[in-house]
Design a protein. Structure first.
Length: 95
């Protein structure tokens, strides 16, 4: 899986947005607000296409940061849902 060229994350105060630039505006003309966990997933997709690796990184970062009782199952379920939404929007494609 790969994020198409022209899609970036922008942080405005405490809010995160997926923004299209250049020719990507033909796919998404505007922005999509996402939470910080999904912003992290978006960035990690650029580094790895292995969902298990991405989920482990999410779990490691946000379990410590939020002192929450996150499970790998929850993280994987939420991450896969976000990834599927990106696919449906045309932002993410399979290699």
């Amino acid at each position: 899986m790969k994020i198409k060229d022209g899609f970036v994350i922008r942080k405005l105060q405490d809010e995160y947005y997926i923004v299209s630039v250049g020719s990507a505006t033909k796919i998404l003309n505007g922005t999509i607000q996402i939470d910080k966990v999904n912003a992290f997933v978006f960035d990690k997709i650029k580094e790895s296409n292995n969902i298990d690796t991405i989920c482990n990184l999410v779990l490691e970062k946000f379990k410590k940061e939020n002192n929450e009782e996150l499970t790998i199952e929850e993280v994987k379920k939420n991450s896969l849902k976000f990834i599927e939404n990106l696919r449906q929007l045309g932002i993410l494609v399979d290699d």
